[in-house]
Ligand binder design. Structure first.
Ligand code: SF4
Ligand code: SF4
Length: 382
């Protein structure tokens, strides 16, 4: 079966409604995805309370446009996500206000989720995840849409449609997942299990203003890409996004895990791109986190699994707090699964020996106070 990914140019968010409407029409129209009266969860990427121009979260113009298409079809859209850190009502209010979701909901008639309860789910087919706790609207909706953002990710190299489902895990429960899935391959397997459970009917990727560099949080750099993408397959969307960004498969743990498990698609040859040609879309100079060396395989040639592990360890970055900008909010300490962070004199400190390199501290620090010190090999290669 060929997996289709639809792409359309969108240089500016003022065009998002019109372009999304055309994109979904090309997929057969919203009637393919919503029946009248259904409650549709719009699972946006709302990682942190950030302004839309920071490119941390799915842009409100994209969320609003999809919500309006759902309403036009007689459905009811609910905007929800569990950001990093504590899952609380004041936290959600701040997130929605700062990220433009209040206005998106008002414009489109969508509901903003304030239900902080969670539900247990079982995943009998899961490879590493057999049960989990997820936010209530994920269980109570009739269907889910995955409204993800094209971003780099310090731990997983990139975040797109599959990784977006991690936000279904409520609040600090996510911290435990980092502790129990420290290996990237195992973490990727967990994400694939969760994504298979979520089974989104429609995935839309906001790649109008994407993120490069030290993503996925405030330390990343917005990058104009000017595209909207859609598919009914999260994996297909990630294959295409990875190709556009120029991320080698060897550096993409989600696609590597998918291939190991025989899931399709996991490579570009298994995807049909509609609306554009990859040779026109690929970005030659997309910047990745410091440890992702797109040239590493070319430099060393094929590596044995042991050498590959060793190379990656020597490339790994270590978090280092910049005391001059740390405001002592403690977000990093609460998010650290290894309890490697302590507070002293209202400043965070990292014990490098305890660090498991999950980069949650770096992802969630609102002040860009967590710098990443590059691994020895990475520095030597330069
Ligand atoms: S490093 Fe960042 S998240 Fe941690 S206490 Fe300082 S400002 Fe807060
Ligand atoms: S110090 Fe940062 S990177 Fe290290 S384990 Fe804690 S949260 Fe993860």
């Amino acid at each position: 079966m060929s997996h289709k990914v639809y792409v359309i140019p969108c240089q500016d968010y003022s065009q998002a409604a019109e372009q999304l409407s055309a994109l979904i029409a090309g997929m057969g129209g919203m009637e393919r995805f919503v029946r009248p009266g259904e409650r549709i969860l719009l699972k946006a990427n709302l990682l942190a309370a950030a302004r839309p121009e920071q490119a941390v979260c799915t842009h409100p113009a994209v969320v609003s446009a999809v919500a309006r298409l759902v309403a036009d079809q007689g459905g009811r859209a609910v905007i929800a996500d569990s950001p990093g850190g504590p899952y609380s009502e004041p936290g959600l209010r701040r997130l929605y206000e700062r990220g433009g979701m209040v206005q998106a909901a008002e414009e489109s008639g969508a509901e903003l989720n304030y239900d902080l309860t969670s539900r247990q789910i079982t995943l009998p087919e899961g490879k590493v995840l057999r049960q989990a706790e997820v936010i209530a609207p994920a269980v109570e909706c009739d269907g889910m849409f995955d409204l993800c953002k094209m971003k780099t990710h310090t731990f997983m190299s990139m975040t797109g449609a599959v990784k977006n489902h991690f936000g279904l895990i409520p609040g600090v429960t996510k911290v435990g997942f980092h502790a129990s899935h420290q290996d990237k391959g195992r973490f990727a397997d967990m994400l694939l299990d969760l994504s298979a459970w979520a089974a989104p009917r429609l995935c839309v990727m906001d790649a109008v203003l994407a993120m490069e560099g030290e993503g996925p949080g405030a330390s990343g750099t917005p990058r104009q890409v000017g595209l909207l993408l859609a598919s009914d397959s999260p994996l297909a969307l990630d294959v295409v996004a990875g190709e556009i960004m120029g991320l080698p498969q060897s550096e993409n743990p989600v696609l590597l895990a998918a291939r190991r498990r025989g899931l399709t698609p996991s490579r570009m040859e298994e995807v049909e791109l509609v609306g554009g040609r990859m040779e026109d879309l690929r970005i030659p100079d997309y910047r990745f986190p410091g440890h992702v060396r797109t040239d590493i395989m070319e430099f060393f040639g094929p590596l044995t699994p042991f050498m590959e592990r060793l190379t990656k360890n020597l490339m790994a970055q270590t978090p280092k707090i910049r005391p001059e900008v740390c405001i002592g909010c403690g977000i990093c300490k609460n998010a650290c699964p290894a309890q490697a962070i302590t507070m002293r004199d209202k400043k965070a400190r990292v014990a490098p020996g305890k660090c498991i390199h999950c980069y949650c501290c770096h992802e969630l620090c609102p002040q860009k106070a967590v710098a990443l010190k590059r691994g020895m090999l990475s520095r030597l290669l330069d």
